[in-house]
Write a protein that binds this ligand. Structure first.
Ligand code: TXA
Ligand code: MG
Length: 340
């Protein structure tokens, strides 16, 4: 299969440019498209065969459920068997935006979408291309990140092509995504709500909107025996995920001396530096100075990892940003990417 690529203006996507993508989606094919978080690999969520194509193209295990994208809250309610107060409140506050809500599903949502489970993750994206595509296609779109399973999520069209060229029908190239990390996934099918994946919306923002505590259990993610059991609370919480192809290590401070040591041992090192003075001479090192604030850092992180991979370094060293709550999602992704 040849993957067709269509350049599209992310601030003002026009209908004509979207038409081929609509045709592909409505005939059961696969379209990669940008959202405000990362690029998604979309199929008609109500077409079980089309959704099977997503699992095949990604090499995704069948027990990992997909997020279904819809144009608005009404469309979300149509797919939910129950729509709890918490869902309504958060949807009103944060949609369109980088929040996926897990609720009980209606029977019209094919089992393959939810990996056989009774809940479905729903999200109204805010990216203009994603919104225009949902409106034009007029079907809910199931879309995981547009990468082969266990690889880093794509934030640029070229990242999508690296792993899916020739495996999908069409790619809408809308340039870099603005958010850079995947959506926050929150299970509101149970009370209290449970944060399954930290993301661009913070736990604090969710708690403020709900007026109650949101549970977040970080501990089980490092417990392989539990997280690989057949019933997974969220398989995206597997400890190693979002990983670059070269080993990566994260260092809270003194990353500079670690980089130096590796360089002098003859390694080619890629260093994602953060808020530190760079040494004048580092033979064999490629250095990217990461942005100082969490939002810009998030937007750049995956692109920096992809750049390091393709520059042929043997090892990536990351200076860890602070431990404060607004860095939770960044820490989460860095920890997974560096897990052994
Ligand atoms: O920002 C995003 O969320 C992007 C864009 C394309 O929307 N999508 C994305 O999808 O990151 P994916 O498939 O790479 O990650 C979805 C995560 C996985 O960790 C999956 O296990 C979890 O959401 N998930 C999906 N449905 C679920 C459900 N019913 N219950 C629990 N977790 C679920
Ligand atoms: Mg993914």
């Amino acid at each position: 299969m040849t993957t067709q690529i269509i350049q599209i203006d992310s601030s003002n996507p026009c209908k004509d440019q979207l038409r081929p993508a609509v045709v592909v989606l409505r005939s059961g094919g696969l379209v990669a498209f940008p959202t405000e978080t990362v690029y998604g690999l979309g199929a008609n969520a109500l077409d079980a065969e089309a959704v099977a194509g997503i699992f095949k193209a990604k090499g995704r295990p069948a027990n990992n459920p997909l997020i279904v994208h819809v144009p608005d809250v009404d469309a979300a309610r149509e797919l939910a068997a129950e729509w709890p107060d918490a869902a309504e409140r958060l949807a009103q506050r944060f949609w369109p935006g980088p929040l996926s809500l897990v609720v009980s599903k209606k029977s019209c949502v094919p089992k393959i979408v939810t990996a056989g489970g009774n809940t479905v993750a729903l999200r109204v994206p805010s990216g203009a291309i994603a919104r225009a595509l949902l409106t034009a296609a007029n079907v809910p779109i199931a879309a995981p990140s547009a990468n082969r399973s266990n690889r880093i999520s794509p934030t640029r069209a070229e990242h999508v092509l690296r792993s899916l060229d020739g495996r999908i029908d069409l790619l809408l190239d809308g340039g870099p995504t603005s958010g850079g990390l995947e959506s926050t996934v929150l299970d509101v099918s149970r009370k209290p709500a449970r944060l399954l994946r930290p993301g661009l919306l913070t736990r604090e923002q969710l708690q403020d909107a709900l007026g109650e505590e949101v549970l977040f259990d970080n501990s089980h993610t490092d417990d392989r025996s539990k997280s690989e059991a057949s019933i997974m609370p969220s398989p995206g919480l597997l400890s190693r995920h979002y990983a670059p192809t070269v080993p990566m290590e994260c260092i809270p401070d003194a990353a500079k001396s670690r980089v130096r040591e590796l360089c002098f041992d003859g390694s080619r090192v890629g260093w994602l530096a953060w808020n530190e003075e760079l040494p004048e001479v580092l033979p064999g090192a490629i250095v990217i100075r990461m942005p100082l604030d969490p939002a810009s850092y998030s937007a750049e992180l995956y692109a920096a990892m992809y750049r390091m991979e393709s520059s042929g370094v043997d090892r990536i060293v990351v200076t860890l940003p602070p431990e404060s709550p607004e860095w939770l999602a960044v820490h989460d992704r860095l920890r997974r990417a560096s897990a052994k």
